[in-house]
Design a protein around this ligand. Structure first.
Ligand code: MF3
Ligand code: CO
Ligand code: CO
Length: 251
C-alpha cells in the first residue's frame, strides 16, 4: 500500500469530505418515482460545482458518474431511466477526484417504507462496515478487517460477498491492497500508518452465488444475486494513523 505525506493526507481529507457531502446531497432526492439517472445528474452536477469530477465516469468505460444498486443488485449498478419504487433499497456509491486524489463512499437508502428483511440486511451491512473499520489499526492486516466483518455478519445470519471488497485508494481509484469482507486475524497484507483504504462490505440475505453482468463498452461488471435476494452495502474511506484510524468520508 502507498503511504501519504502530510500534504497528501490534507488532499485526501478534502476530497473525502466532498464525496461524503455529495452522497448526503444526492440522498435527499431519494423517493418513490425518482430515476437513478436523476440521482446521477444531481451527484455529477454537485461534484463539478465543487471543482471536482466523478471518478466512475469513463473509468474502464463505465458510462455514468455514480453507481446505483437496487435491491438484488450487489454493486456497480448503472443509473438509468427506471424510477425507484416504494419499498426499494438503493445503494448510492460516490467517488470524487480532486487535486489528483480519490474519495470513495456509499450508503444504502430506503425508498419510502421498506420490508423488515430489507431493513435488516441494510442495518447489518452498516454495522458490518463499522465492525470492519474498528479493526483498522497500524499494526494490523486486511485479514483483521475481514475477520471482524465476517464474524459479525455470520452471527446475524447474513452472508458476506467474497468476490468484491475494499481497496487501497489515493492517486488511483483502486490500489493495493484488496480488503476482503472475510479473513483470518493477522493474515493478509499489512496496514501501514498514513495509508488509506476503503472498507465496503456487501452483505447478502442468502448464500446464493452472485452473477457477473456485462456493461456495454466497459470492462466493469455489475453484480446481482442469483436468487434475487437482497444485498446491501456501506462504504467509507479510512486513514490508518499511528494510533488507529480515522474515517475520512464524513461531512
Ligand atoms: N465505487 C466503487 C468502489 O467502491 C467502484 C465503482 S467502479 C465503477 O470501489 F466503474 F463502477 F464506477
Ligand atoms: Co470503493
Ligand atoms: Co465506492
Amino acid at each position: 500500500m502507498t503511504t501519504k505525506t502530510r500534504e497528501e493526507i490534507k488532499l485526501m481529507e478534502r476530497v473525502c469530505k466532498l464525496a461524503a457531502q455529495t452522497l448526503y446531497h444526492t440522498a435527499k432526492f431519494v423517493r418513490p418515482g425518482v430515476t437513478t439517472d436523476e440521482l446521477d445528474r444531481v451527484a455529477h452536477d454537485f461534484t463539478l460545482s465543487n471543482d471536482a469530477r466523478s471518478a466512475p465516469l469513463g473509468y474502464h468505460g463505465f458510462p455514468k458518474s455514480i453507481c446505483t444498486s437496487i435491491n438484488d443488485v450487489v454493486c456497480h449498478g448503472v443509473p438509468g431511466p427506471q424510477p425507484l419504487k416504494e419499498g426499494d433499497i438503493v445503494n448510492i456509491d460516490i467517488t470524487c477526484v480532486k487535486d489528483g486524489f480519490h474519495g470513495d463512499t456509499s450508503a444504502t437508502f430506503f425508498v419510502g417504507r421498506v420490508s423488515d428483511k430489507a431493513r435488516q440486511v441494510t442495518e447489518v451491512a452498516k454495522a458490518a462496515m463499522e465492525k470492519g473499520i474498528e479493526a483498522v489499526a497500524p499494526s494490523g492486516t486486511v485479514g483483521d478487517v475481514g475477520f471482524a466483518i465476517e464474524k459479525f455478519v455470520t452471527r446475524k445470519g447474513f452472508h458476506v460477498v467474497r468476490e468484491i471488497g475494499g481497496h487501497g485508494i489515493g492517486r488511483d481509484f483502486h490500489e493495493d491492497p484488496f480488503v476482503p469482507s472475510f479473513g483470518k486475524k493477522g493474515k493478509g497484507d499489512r496496514l501501514l500508518p498514513w495509508g488509506t483504504i476503503t472498507v465496503e462490505p456487501m452483505i447478502n440475505e442468502t448464500a446464493a452465488p452472485i452473477i457477473e453482468m456485462p456493461i456495454a463498452n466497459s470492462s466493469i461488471k455489475w453484480y446481482v444475486t442469483s436468487d434475487r435476494s437482497l444485498s446491501a452495502q456501506f462504504e467509507h474511506t479510512v486513514l490508518i494513523t499511528d494510533a488507529g484510524h480515522e474515517i475520512l468520508t464524513i461531512y
